[in-house]
Write a protein that binds this ligand. Structure first.
Ligand SMILES: Cc1cc2nc3c(=O)[nH]c(=O)nc-3n(C[C@H](O)[C@H](O)[C@H](O)COP(=O)(O)O)c2cc1C
Length: 161
C-alpha cells in the first residue's frame, strides 16, 4: 500500500477501484438519437422515485439533453462492453450496431439491457467539475434475464456466478 499525490489522474485511478454498472442516458432530439454512457448512476429515493448520475461540466452532449421533458436510462447488460465504448465515442454514431426503442415522450432505450427507467430532470447540483443530476422516474421496465456489465478499473467485467 502506498500514498499517492492527489491529481485528476490519480483520483480517476483510485475511483476506478469502486466497481459500478454502466447506463446509457438517451433521448431523441429533432428525430436524432442523442446520448452518452455513464458509470456514475446511483439510485437515490424510493418515495419520490429518484435516481442520479454525474455529468462532466465540459460535456457537449448534455446541453442537448438538459431541456428535454423525458430521458431514457438503460442499465447496460454484460454483452454491452463494445456498446459502452460506442455510446461514449467522441465522433461517429453513438448508437451504431444498437437496437433502440424511442417512446412518444422522446425517451430512448437500448434493447437487450436489464432495466429501463423513463425519467425527467428534477434537480441539478454543481459539484466541482461535474454536475449531479437528479431525475424523477415515471416508468420502469425490467428484463430479469439480462445480467449487468460491471465497470472496474477501466475494464468491463461480468458478475461472477
Ligand atoms: C464506461 C464509461 C463511463 C462513463 N461515465 C460517465 C459519467 O458518469 N459522466 C459523464 O459525464 N461522462 C461519462 N462517460 C463519458 C461519456 O460517455 C462521453 O464519452 C462524453 O460525454 C463525451 O463527451 P461529450 O459529452 O462532449 O460528447 C463515460 C464513458 C465511459 C466509457
Amino acid at each position: 500500500m502506498s500514498s499517492t499525490e492527489l491529481s485528476p489522474s490519480s483520483l480517476r485511478e483510485a475511483f476506478g477501484h469502486f466497481p459500478t454498472g454502466v447506463i446509457a442516458i438517451a433521448a431523441e432530439v429533432d428525430g436524432v438519437r442523442v446520448g452518452l454512457a455513464a458509470s456514475t448512476f446511483v439510485p437515490v429515493s424510493l418515495d419520490p422515485p429518484l435516481v442520479s448520475f454525474c455529468v462532466q461540466n465540459t460535456s457537449t452532449t448534455w446541453p442537448k439533453l438538459v431541456d428535454l421533458p423525458s430521458l431514457g436510462i438503460s442499465v447496460l447488460g454484460e454483452a454491452h462492453d463494445a456498446a459502452a465504448r460506442t455510446l461514449a465515442a467522441k465522433t461517429g454514431d453513438r448508437f451504431a450496431g444498437l437496437e433502440t426503442v424511442s417512446r412518444d415522450s422522446g425517451a430512448v432505450f437500448i434493447e437487450g439491457t436489464s432495466v429501463w427507467l423513463e425519467s425527467a430532470i428534477e434537480q441539478q447540483i454543481l459539484a466541482g467539475d461535474h454536475t449531479i443530476v437528479v431525475l424523477r422516474v415515471s416508468d420502469i421496465t425490467v428484463h430479469d434475464d439480462v445480467a449487468p456489465i460491471v465497470f472496474h478499473r477501466s475494464t468491463f467485467r461480468r458478475l461472477g456466478q
